[in-house]
Design a binder for this molecule. Structure first.
Ligand code: G1P
Length: 294
């Protein structure tokens, strides 16, 4: 029997300024930073593909940039690897762009916020449900975070945001949800309200939205209506708060470990932890770390 797909498109917003990581982000989008040997955006793409997504929509800052280059066939490089008989490297390079998926690149001509970035894909989304992945939230999980969410989505058909508990001092960095206690099951919470980057004293919980979302196309209507708010940007959080008037939205506490690779400390932690798991690197890297004197 043919598998009925609930969702096939994912948006990867990647046109932000990355100010938390200057000067590295002056000309390189943070999504292209490598963790060990792979750029963050490729981890995000692999998560989407393993989760069954087959249309990948990138929102980038120019019609073409190093992100679109990364996902284009490089005939020159392939020829060179072939000439040098580097079969495994050739296979590695080819695997970045599976034939089964479609890549789309859309320009966001100004950094006007996450809501604005998502809206750039409206022509491709039309009236379909879709996912959003923020590549700088790298999530290590046995079952990819998006796949966990899609399984909840196929059961419920609801809008779903991935969430995790954060420390009080970090509340001001995230969209924070208020949950409807009467209609909440373990790890899957019905959302009552959401506020972007509240003061810890005003926050309704310490449950923060991290960079994975599943939306019905209705969200686009509310993004269109949203006025610039925090940072003079069109915030997805404001549109989510409005969508709550019309549709149910759930917060899903995923199984896995998230690294905030848009921050220096999160990025360093990710490189250490992924380095210690990397097939070739784990033995020499562990040896090196053990030899270090702090
Ligand atoms: C964005 C969202 C925020 C969310 C966060 C997850 O914030 O606006 O609601 O909690 O991503 O990483 P940003 O990191 O762009 O400031």
């Amino acid at each position: 029997m043919k598998r009925v797909k609930t969702l096939k498109k994912a948006i990867f917003p990647a046109a932000g300024l990355g100010t938390r990581f200057l000067p590295a982000t002056k000309s390189t989008p943070k999504e292209m930073f490598p963790v060990v040997d792979k750029p963050l955006i490729q981890y995000a793409v692999e998560e989407a593909i393993y989760s069954g997504i087959d249309e990948l929509i990138f929102i980038i800052n120019k019609p073409e940039n190093i992100i679109s280059d990364h996902f284009k066939i490089s005939t020159k490089l392939e020829k060179e690897l072939l000439r040098k008989k580097e079969k495994s490297l050739l296979k590695l390079i080819k695997s970045i762009i599976p034939k089964s998926v479609k890549f789309f690149f859309i320009e966001q001509n100004k950094p006007a916020g996450l809501g604005h970035a998502i809206n750039c894909a409206k022509e491709l989304i039309q009236d379909e449900d879709f996912a959003v992945i923020l590549a700088d939230d790298l999530i290590y999980a046995k079952t990819p975070c998006l796949k966990q969410m899609l399984s909840k989505h196929s059961q419920t058909k609801k809008n779903i945001l991935s969430i995790e508990h954060v420390e009080k001092k970090d509340i001001m960095k995230y969209g924070i949800i208020e949950i409807d206690k009467k209609k909440t099951s373990r790890k899957f919470y019905k959302i009552k309200s959401i506020v972007e980057k509240p003061k810890p004293s005003k926050a309704k919980s310490n449950l923060a939205v991290v960079g994975r979302y599943i939306f019905s196309s209705k969200i686009l209507k509310y993004i269109k209506k949203a006025k610039p708010s925090i940072g003079n940007e069109i915030q997805i959080t404001d549109a989510i708060q409005k969508l709550l008037q019309e549709e149910d939205i759930y917060g899903y506490e995923f199984k896995g470990k998230r690294f905030d690779c848009g921050s220096k400390i999160g990025y360093l932690k990710a490189n250490v932890e992924y380095g210690l798991k990397h097939l070739e690197m784990k033995v020499p890297f562990k040896k090196y770390l053990k030899s270090m004197k702090f």
